[in-house]
Write a protein of this length. Structure first.
Length: 473
């Protein structure tokens, strides 16, 4: 059991006493980020609460957050029992701060997700998956059917990540396609099951009771490890493989294995990292913006007008258009603030006693960056609960808005564990939203306003919704 006793002198952050055994856990089980927002407003920019037996520090002020997550003492991950079973804490997302994590992180940032490799997979794989999605949406609209963006973007984002990783499917064997389906099935299971709160993570004696979730996790860990090994081996043995010109991300990794930069285990772990960290996050970001614009026809009309004026009807929007489409870009940036898909980021852990903002953070504490509260804090944002793209319009000299570059805007996290997939996400999300809006008009089914309340999960999602979709020309 983790205790808040510590050798370092100094005051612990203030916070609620909570209930015996449970601490603040029961209060936080529903709409966790909103409950934490309420507690943070009561107890201040840095506060301490107990999730069962786990001391949890919540940081709700951008400068403190930058300081905290820039410290190596707070760069470990707090990992649940089920995620531990699934990952063995060997992957980039969940590995503790240290040499193994650093090698993967350096490789992911400098090579794997570099602009060069991203361009290759965008041209070969990503654009065609997005174009296909737009056409399918348009066809459904033509047939008078409602379109469900959440279902369709879930599929397009996992397909495009799979293809970016493992290459084309068209020329693949039946066996390869079965492995693809098995991997996508595992990712689907993980999103649906492995991210829910498991009380045994916080109340250790519950671990002695039978737990079907844990049993299933052990089974899934075996299955998924077999599938990923088989997929990487299939890539390794692919006929005509030329590692001097990698055509997909697994080939980039295999090339680096040859130089000894990364190991075979790291390749497998990184494939899993990208499938898990890079699919639902991007899909939910697209889902939010489409919903928000369907609810606001006047803002959508301005996006359409900008796309028509800048891109026209004879071309498609590209990743290079971001500066030329400032209003569309501002809508995307504002939607990532207004509906922050990672409201508490991913949990960090204090590897040793340290100090933030004059308070003692005890070793073993879980540390959460309260990005939701920072993104809705009236100290940094006027009318924070309204959707106002104008705050992200560039300045008069063309430089990015102060809101975009300021430290109170942090959808991708900050410090050592900040998101290495930012460039990848910005590319895929941008292509999704601009190509959908370039071609289609989105309306709510009955002309009313659809709810924009948030469903808490690995990535915060809107409630499932459907839209009426029409071709614009
Ligand atoms: C809009 C989409 C995305 C958002 C908002 C997002 C946000 C985040 C956040 C908040 C974190 C945690 C930062 C922290 O721990 O302090 C994170 C971590 C991570 N993200 Fe993303 N992400 C997105 C897409 C992606 C994509 C597309 C990839 C892969 C291509 C990716 C890969 C990762 C990885 C590997 C980590 C773990 C880094 C580490 O622990 O060292 N993410 N992301």
């Amino acid at each position: 059991m983790t205790s808040v006793a510590s050798s370092m002198p100094g005051k612990l952050p203030p916070g609620p006493r909570g209930l015996p055994v449970f601490g603040s856990l029961l209060e936080l089980r529903q709409d966790t980020h909103l409950a934490i927002d309420r507690l943070a407003r009561r107890y201040g920019d840095i506060c301490l609460m107990r999730f069962g037996s786990v001391p949890t520090v919540i940081i709700s002020e951008p400068e403190l957050l930058q300081e905290a997550f820039g410290k190596t003492e707070l760069a470990d991950r707090w990992v649940s029992e089920i995620m531990d079973i699934l990952s063995g804490q060997q992957d980039l997302v969940l590995a503790p701060y240290g040499e193994h994590w650093r090698r993967m992180q350096r490789f992911a940032n400098r090579e794997l997700l570099s602009a060069r490799n991203l361009n290759t997979v965008r041209e070969r794989h990503i654009e065609s998956v997005v174009n296909n999605l737009v056409e399918r949406m348009a066809d459904l609209g033509d047939a008078g059917q409602l379109v469900s963006p959440p279902a369709m973007t879930a599929q397009s984002n996992s397909t495009l990540m799979f293809r970016a990783l493992f290459g084309r499917e068209e020329d693949s064997s039946e066996e390869f396609l079965q492995m693809r389906d098995a991997l996508l099935g595992y990712i689907h299971w993980l999103f649906a099951n492995a991210t829910a709160t498991n009380l045994a993570d916080y109340i250790p004696w519950l671990r002695f009771l039978p737990n079907n979730g844990v049993k299933e996790a052990v089974r899934q860990a075996e299955v998924s490890s077999g599938v990923i090994t088989a997929l990487v081996d299939a890539a390794r043995n692919r006929h005509g493989l030329d590692l001097s010109a990698p055509a997909c991300l697994v080939e980039v990794m295999l090339a680096q294995e040859e130089t000894g930069e990364i190991s075979d285990t790291m390749t497998r772990r990184l494939c899993m990292d990208l499938m898990i960290a890079g699919t639902d996050t991007s899909a939910q970001t697209v889902n939010w913006l489409l919903l928000i614009l369907a609810n606001r026809p006047e803002i959508q009309a301005r996006v359409h007008a900008e796309l028509d004026a800048v891109v026209g009807r004879d071309a498609l929007p590209t990743v290079d258009d971001r500066m030329r489409l400032p209003y569309t870009f501002a809508c995307l940036a504002e939607s990532m603030r207004y509906r922050t898909i990672g409201p508490l980021g991913l949990p960090h852990k204090a590897s040793e006693d340290t100090e933030i903002g004059g308070y003692r953070i005890p070793a073993g504490a879980q540390v959460l960056g309260n990005v939701y509260s920072i993104h809705h804090d009236p100290r940094y944002w006027d009318s924070p609960h309204e959707f106002i793209p104008e705050r992200f319009l560039p300045q008069a000299d063309g430089s990015p808005s102060a809101a975009f570059t300021g430290i109170a805007y942090t959808p991708f996290g900050t410090g050592h564990r900040r998101c290495p997939g930012r460039r990848f996400a910005e590319t895929t999300v941008w292509l999704h939203v601009t190509r959908i809006l370039h071609r289609l008009r989105l309306e709510t089914p009955d002309g009313g306003v659809l709810p924009e309340d948030e469903v808490f999960g690995l990535a915060i999602s809107p409630r499932p919704y459907s839209l009426r979709v029409g071709r614009r020309w």
